[in-house]
Design a protein around this ligand. Structure first.
Ligand code: ATP
Ligand code: MG
Length: 379
């Protein structure tokens, strides 16, 4: 059943060496639901050293958490972990939700002490133990609950939801890096307006500083007229952190410790969206945005502006730009140095920028001879 992703090879190897081994967690859940499986976790009673000794090659990441990666030819590596606790049941008990706390043997036998299969049938998300214990011992599970609820389209059980409504402030105890990562996982599936309605009404979601605080965006996310997909990190963070006050945006970017590259792009998009809303875009604006940031800006504008902005118009305008990158210019810096030996090195960059602007504003065509002629006249 699992031959395609290498887990069977790993389980067979461990069993031959005399250990127990099972597929566990999300892969078991998704297999039962019939959802695509993207990674497989295996647990075993072998210790980390014993796991390592059983395979010719292992990748030592996560050893401090009792986990090791085992590469299998032709498939994704499989995460192999030693039981947390003494037995398989001990390990399963430490997992968050019943549907995530099932193990399966290679022959398809299920070890399901919390009736996860029943909850899958009823599409219910429920904690393995008393929700106040489960959420207190790792408050990130409050956000994991939301992620699984919307991704699996499950309802959170009444008791679990009631405790989440009480315990939501605990989320402040989670490391912001883990919260940010959880947000990025949440964004990997496109969410419906009902999903947004659910998320934005959840206290723990409202408790996250800086995220989705803009009133109009909140309203639009819930309204069926707007189905923009925030399925990449840049789109997600650009919309999530949008505020009128750029200083608050900067605080948010710092708070979630986002990478410099991502932060720079988010700030740039906000700036260009501001320009659009105030006075529309020039060709130069489209050019410096570039295709990816342009797409995200249009998503954001669609959430913010009164009238519907015709994205196709702006994408067509972008596609018709005479150049998309500096390298598309019909002259290079090297050629300019040859053509105008009297120019100082420091002037070249400035001249190229002037040519770039002139070509974008259709003052001159992107043609070597015309560019030289224009430069002679201009200087
Ligand atoms: P996905 O399909 O999104 O990867 P997943 O269920 O595999 O979902 P992971 O975060 O990859 O989720 O975790 C794998 C398994 O490890 C989970 O199914 C769950 O059993 C357990 N687990 C992971 N994180 C936690 C946690 N914070 N608390 C309890 N159990 C956890
Ligand atoms: Mg997983």
């Amino acid at each position: 059943m699992y031959t395609s992703h290498g887990a069977s090879h790993i389980i067979n190897t461990l069993k031959t060496a005399g250990y127990d081994a099972y597929i566990v967690g999300g892969a078991v859940r998704d297999q039962i639901i019939g959802r695509a499986i993207h990674d497989v976790d295996v647990i075993t009673n072998a210790s980390i050293d014993e796991i390592e000794a059983s395979f010719s090659r292992v990748i030592k990441v996560g050893i401090q958490h009792g986990t090791i990666l085992v590469p299998v030819a032709g498939t994704l590596p499989v995460e192999v972990s030693t039981y947390k606790g003494d037995t398989l049941e001990d390990d399963l008990r430490q997992r968050d939700f019943t549907v995530n706390a099932m193990a399966m043997s290679l022959t398809g036998d299920m070890i399901d002490p919390f009736n996860g299969q029943q909850d899958i049938k009823n599409k219910v998300l429920r904690t393995t133990a008393d929700p106040s214990d489960v959420f207190s011992s790792d408050p990130l599970r409050l956000l994991r609950a939301l992620r699984f609820a919307v991704h699996l389209q499950f309802k959170i059980s009444e008791h679990t939801q009631r405790m989440m409504n009480d315990l939501y402030p605990l989320i402040h105890q989670s490391a912001v890096e883990r919260v940010a990562m959880e947000m990025e996982k949440l964004s990997q599936v496109s969410l419906t307006n009902q999903d947004w309605d659910f998320l934005l009404n959840q206290k723990v979601f409202q408790e996250l500083p800086y995220l989705f605080k803009h009133r109009e965006i909140q309203y639009q996310l819930k309204s069926p007229a707007h189905m923009a997909k925030l399925t990449d990190d840049l789109a997600w963070w650009s919309v999530a952190l949008y505020q009128k006050e750029i200083e608050i945006v900067k605080d948010g970017l710092r708070y979630y410790k986002l990478s410099n590259a991502l932060s720079k792009d988010v700030r740039f998009i906000h700036e260009l969206v501001g320009i659009f809303l105030e006075s529309s875009w020039t060709s130069k604006d489209l050019y410096i945005l570039g295709t990816e940031r342009l797409h995200v800006s249009l998503i954001l504008i669609n959430y913010l502006s009164e009238c519907t902005v015709h994205s196709t118009f702006w994408l067509m305008h972008y596609n018709n730009l005479p150049i998309k990158h500096r390298k598309d210019l019909d002259v290079s810096g090297k050629e300019l140095i040859q053509e105008f030996p009297e120019w100082k090195g420091s002037e070249i960059g400035e001249r190229i920028r002037a040519v770039e602007t002139a070509v974008l504003e259709a003052v001159i065509p992107n043609d070597k001879a015309e560019i030289y002629q224009w430069l002679r006249k201009e200087t």
